[in-house]
Design a protein around this ligand. Structure first.
Ligand SMILES: NC(=O)c1ccc[n+]([C@@H]2O[C@H](COP(=O)([O-])OP(=O)(O)OC[C@H]3O[C@@H](n4cnc5c(N)ncnc54)[C@H](O)[C@@H]3O)[C@@H](O)[C@H]2O)c1
Length: 351
């Protein structure tokens, strides 16, 4: 058995996702103390009842100033306010797990990675699809050459409009940069060491655009350096199916076969006179259901705790994170210009 040290963990922001992370930490034997920063008093009371934390505060700086805390999970919103907390936690010598995006710009993300490296601290981003066994199976099959050479990949993901309204209400980000980013990370991870060289994107907006300039949907077409094509679509205006309902359909077609994930979350349904048909196991991160978690977030949180406790590498390297940022920035630029955008850093012909 490897040597390890139990960890004191701070979670900043315990809404939907931070709440799952806090519960995952509270249930993990690697965690000694759990400290929470949450500004909403109602949510504070709920999460305190669920996790029995050592301390709870409405000021995240208290957690940064606490020298006994080893690791900080950052899940507060809005996304645009997160980067100073990432840097403060690293400055204070704490390992950091942050929900995407890690920073508003590539330059700032690089700053965070450089600081973490200089202090020998681990930093990772919540790309939870990497911990869904179905997705991991597809990656393994591709890496093992089960379908030969990949030719083309499609990921189409939609969430309900209530989730779309929640996301678009707190910060102005494109569907790809806040939602499609999971799928871009997953497919680039599957296709390594291939790199993206060109992207074309189009957005459509007929509903949310009446209230804001946020699109309803975005398609992103990517060409990889070996000619493999990827199409990723993300939208957030489905009618209600269940709180936080998300459905996705994934196809990877190769020279010797095809892989498909039906991630539409329709396998469990209930039908009531009051609400009609509902899909209860349908959220992407997967809430706790009694003694188990319905999605990948428990395992993802556990992986990072273990990486810190045992000194193992954490998933999502800085190069991978930066490549995904380059890609969604280029996609948003393409949508704005209405023309394809090259990814010069990855394109040998353009340096
Ligand atoms: N990995 C996944 O599958 C996945 C899915 C959805 C969202 N996410 C990520 O999770 C993040 C959080 O989303 P959410 O749906 O949980 O949001 P949320 O609104 O439900 O939760 C945010 C929480 O942060 C709290 N908060 C705000 N400012 C704070 C502050 N200064 N200090 C402490 N707490 C503060 C709010 O009170 C709220 O409880 C998103 O930004 C997104 O990046 C990841």
């Amino acid at each position: 058995m490897s040597e390890f040290k139990r960890l004191n963990v701070g979670v900043i922001g315990t809404g939907w996702v931070g709440g799952i992370r806090a519960n995952a930490c509270a249930q993990n034997p690697l965690v000694d103390q759990l400290h929470i920063a949450e500004i909403d008093p109602k949510r504070q009371a709920e999460i305190a009842a669920e996790t029995d934390p050592t301390s709870i505060t409405d000021d995240w700086q208290t957690l940064i100033d606490d020298a006994s805390i080893d690791l900080i999970v950052i899940a507060m919103t809005p996304e645009t306010a997160r980067f100073p907390i990432v840097m403060a936690a690293l400055e204070a010598g704490k390992h950091v797990f942050v929900e995407k995006p890690i920073a508003p710009s590539i330059a700032e993300a690089e700053q965070a990675y450089a600081l973490a490296a200089s202090k020998d601290l681990k930093i990772s981003i919540g790309y939870s699809r990497r911990f869904d066994p179905r997705y991991v199976y597809v990656r393994k099959a591709l890496m093992d050459g089960v379908i030969g050479e990949p030719v083309t990949c499609l990921i189409s993901r939609h969430s309900t409009r209530e989730l779309g309204e929640k996301i678009t209400g707190r910060s102005k980000m494109s569907p790809t940069s806040i939602g499609g980013v999971h799928d871009l990370d997953f497919i680039l991870w599957c296709l390594q060491p291939r790199k993206p060289v060109r992207v074309y994107s189009q957005q459509a907006g007929k509903l949310f655009s009446q209230k804001s300039d946020t699109p309803d949907h975005q398609w992103v077409m990517v060409t990889m350096d070996d000619g493999t094509t990827i199409t990723v679509g993300i939208g957030w205006i489905l009618p209600a199916g269940y709180p936080n309902f998300v459905q996705a359909w994934i196809e990877v077609i190769g020279t010797d076969g095809a892989l498909t994930i039906d991630d539409t979350h329709k396998e469990v349904q209930f039908n009531t006179v009051k609400d009609g048909i509902r899909y209860p196991m349908s959220s992407m991160p997967g809430e706790a259901v009694d003694h188990v978690f319905a999605g990948a977030m428990y395992d993802e949180t556990k992986h990072f705790l273990e990486a810190v406790a045992y000194g193992r590498p954490a998933m999502v390297t800085s190069d991978e994170a930066i490549q995904v940022m380059e890609l969604y920035n280029a996609a948003d630029l393409s949508a704005e210009r209405g023309e394809p955008v090259l990814l010069p850093r990855n394109d040998a012909s353009t340096g």
